[in-house]
Design a protein around this ligand. Structure first.
Ligand code: MEV
Length: 320
């Protein structure tokens, strides 16, 4: 039996622009996804995913190419892609376990994909490099979602805090320990693929305007990259607010996100913004330690849920 775990992620800067060739900054969080895989002697692949209410979903490996429910699609497509790439086949028992709800937008699909591929590479002793793991996991996510920059896949693999450019063209660790972040969940599940497609359409209709916004977001990301290693949180908070203004002009914020963002700033945060696709999911606030309790209380009073997170979590790892 092989057990592998990978962290969730929080996008700090560069949301959406990173889908279109710009950089972003992302950190791995200490909420982990894990996958256990065992070989079987027959040709069955059986998946158990208790958090997704999947119990003994069973197919034969000849059926990997068929349509499957969305809850098991990432695991099964990862297996299919792995079998094809390495020309192997086996019956498997798979069990997934998540420390975070897929509602938060912490990247459960990419984390489960990375865990599945890493566990298979251990089980079949294929010695994949991190880059090979990235390429196959990113292909798997694109096969299913059709869109996405791959930043969540990279975070699940490398962990820490990363500077990342679309499709993994550039993946650089940023040296920083704990980031004084507060995370507020709006209670609304956002559909990333729909929002990404909406921004893509907006880009096709108004290329000059949207490229101009993406260009400004890129400048913010580059400036943040320099400031973050020096822990210039006040400046970074200011840059967060600037990034949020630009996201707002892409029409992907929501009244719930805006509410949690403004109460955080009023309660003493240096800055706050949505994190990820927008439309719902989570917002993040950066605040001096002495203001953390006040900001958290303000988020809860405004109807949000504070999710305790530590940043800079370790990337994918094989568990004992
Ligand atoms: C979604 O969490 C973040 C986006 O930038 C999409 C992506 O980068 O794949 C909106």
């Amino acid at each position: 039996m092989t057990k592998v775990s990978a962290p969730g992620k929080l996008m700090l800067f560069g949301d959406h622009a990173v889908v279109h060739g710009r950089p972003c900054i992302v950190t791995a969080v200490n909420h982990r996804m894990s996958v256990e895989i065992d070989k079987r002697k027959d040709n069955k692949i059986t998946v158990n995913a208790p958090e997704l209410k999947i119990e003994d979903y069973s197919i034969s490996f000849e059926d990997l190419n068929k349509e499957h429910p969305k809850e098991v699609r990432f695991v099964l497509t990862a297996i299919k892609n792995f079998f094809e790439k390495y020309n192997v086949k086996s019956g498997l028992n798979i069990k997934t376990k998540s420390e975070f709800s897929s509602k938060f937008g912490f990247g459960s699909s990419s984390a489960v994909t990375v865990c599945t591929l890493k566990a298979l590479s251990e089980l079949f002793d294929t010695k994949m490099t991190e880059k090979e793991l990235f390429d196959l996991a990113y292909k798997t996510v694109l096969d299913i979602q059709g869109v996405g920059s791959g930043f969540d896949v990279a975070t699940a693999i490398y962990g820490g805090t990363l500077y990342f450019v679309t499709g993994g063209k550039n993946i650089k660790p940023i040296k920083v320990n704990e980031i004084p972040l507060i995370v507020g969940y709006t209670g609304i599940k956002a559909d990333t693929a729909t929002l990404v497609k909406m921004v893509g359409e907006n880009l096709r209709n108004n290329p000059e305007k949207i490229h101009n916004i993406f260009g400004k977001i890129k400048n913010i990301v580059e400036e943040t990259k320099n400031e973050i290693e020096n822990k210039n949180w006040k400046i970074i908070g200011y840059l967060m607010n600037k990034n949020q203004e630009l996201l707002r002009s892409l029409n992907i914020s929501s009244k719930e996100l805006e509410n949690l963002i403004s109460v955080s700033i009023n309660a003493g945060a240096y800055g706050a913004k949505l994190s990820g696709a927008g439309g719902g999911d989570c917002m993040i606030a950066l605040a001096p330690e002495e203001k953390h309790e006040t900001v958290k209380k303000a988020i809860e009073q405004a109807g949000g849920t504070v999710i305790p997170v530590e940043t800079n979590a370790e990337g994918v790892r094989v568990e004992d």
